[in-house]
Ligand binder design. Structure first.
Ligand SMILES: *Cc1c(COP(=O)(O)O)cnc(C)c1O
Length: 402
């Protein structure tokens, strides 16, 4: 962490809620008296003497040496995310995938084995299906809604459980407490992608998960204007991630880290409104006769609703649903919508909508697409922070057209 520039600003925020702490716990790191965070754009930093230089060059998470080792603006953002997740420390990356790949490579070597889920974010799926195997790391993919499947997949060389919940597009959940307990018994490190839920809806660390990763591109940034990632955990784990990150180089640029800092300050309000919109849309769609099925962990009809209530405080802005009438009805529906943009990504202020079959049929085989739970009429909707009634009205009129 950067040295404290302003002791006058250093207060004890113990006992305040995470949303309030996100606005204030980094105040002592501000160089000067600015209320808004400064951007430390410098790539290199001067030293007092040779010993100081050597120390900064080699000490993990020293962010005032050379910018590939980290930078103070990124440290501030990482510190807030670690606090939100209840973890000791964290490190920012250039993207969510940089956070995920760097974290996993810090934990794995040739001959090791990973247990991961059959469904993950597409980049993580590729990492598990193709990339890791090329470097001699074995991977077993299991059904995430069955904790026993994780246990049965353990081998003598299993080092990591890769988790993600809820997962797109099936909106299946992983029982984080049960699976973490299984991992802990065998000395296996758990990594959880918490991008969809955010720490305001779900805190994997409280349920036993070791390292939590995020695409900060989504709810943390929240405005569809930055790419970023973050990993948080114990100092021991994050030091190892830092070492690997210095070599791989996927570091977060200061300006992007500054945008994340800005996003984190309004994140609670945005997540709350996305939760409200996601739930209202899911409940409304479930009653509509043009809808075959709605996938959303906040619905009582979700097969893991009891687990959702246990491990989540809110259910997020992302939902998927099956339109009667298949692919063409889906295209008509999306065209008729006035509010959401037809665009990839999620977790920002603007609602976004896609039809995954359209996206994935181009790049992947129809077999793989259906294996991921994507049917032609499936729609993925990321609820933004628009007024709930406006979104409901817009969706209703588009369903009439579809
Ligand atoms: C977007 C996303 C990622 C990848 O993040 P990038 O910032 O695009 O690299 C990883 N996991 C989940 C769940 C995501 O939604």
């Amino acid at each position: 962490m950067a040295k404290q520039f302003d002791d006058h600003n250093a207060h004890d925020y113990e006992g305040f809620s995470p949303a309030t702490r996100a606005l204030h716990i980094d105040r002592a790191l501000e160089p000067g008296t600015g209320v808004a965070p400064a951007i430390m754009q410098s790539v290199t930093y001067f030293s007092e003497d040779g010993a100081d230089f050597a120390n900064k060059a080699t000490e993990p998470l020293k962010d005032i040496f050379y910018a590939r080792h980290g930078n103070p603006t990124a440290s501030r953002a990482a510190m807030i995310v670690a606090d939100m997740e209840g973890k000791e420390t964290g490190i920012m990356f250039a993207s969510g995938m940089a956070a995920i790949t760097t974290t996993l490579l810090s934990l794995l070597r040739m001959g090791d084995h990973v247990v991961a889920q059959k469904s993950h974010y597409i980049g993580t799926t590729t990492l598990m299906n193709e990339t890791l195997e090329r470097y001699g790391v074995g991977v077993t993919l299991v059904e995430q809604d069955d904790p026993d499947a994780f246990e049965q997949a353990i081998q003598a060389n299993t080092r990591v459980f890769m988790l993600e919940t809820p997962v797109n597009p099936t909106m299946k959940l992983t029982d984080l407490k049960a699976v973490s307990a299984i991992a802990a018994k065998s000395g296996i490190t758990t990594v959880c992608d918490n991008t969809f839920a955010t720490p305001f809806n779900q805190r994997p660390g409280d349920l036993g998960v070791d390292i939590i990763v995020h695409s900060a591109t989504k709810y943390m940034g929240g405005h569809h204007d930055l790419l970023g990632g973050v990993a948080v955990g114990s100092k021991k784990h994050i030091d190892a991630v830092w070492d690997m990150g210095m070599t791989l180089g996927g570091v977060c640029a200061p300006f992007n880290a500054w945008l994340v800092l800005r996003g984190l300050r309004t994140m609670k309000m945005r997540v709350d409104q996305s939760n409200r919109n996601g739930l209202a849309i899911a409940q409304m769609l479930e009653q509509n006769e043009k809808i075959e099925h709605v996938y959303y962990p906040g619905l009582e009809s979700h097969p893991q609703y009891a687990l959702a209530r246990q491990q989540m405080k809110g259910y997020g802005g992302l939902l998927t649903f099956e339109l009667k009438g298949g692919f063409d009805a889906g295209q008509r529906f999306i065209k008729a919508l006035k509010i959401p943009f037809y665009a990839a990504s999620l977790g920002g202020v603007d609602s976004l909508v896609i039809q995954p079959a359209a996206l994935w049929l181009g790049r992947l085989s129809p077999e793989l697409v259906s294996k991921q739970g994507v049917s032609p009429g499936l729609i993925r909707f990321s609820a933004g922070i628009e007024e709930t009634e406006d979104l409901l009205k817009d969706i209703r009129q588009a369903l009439e057209v579809a």
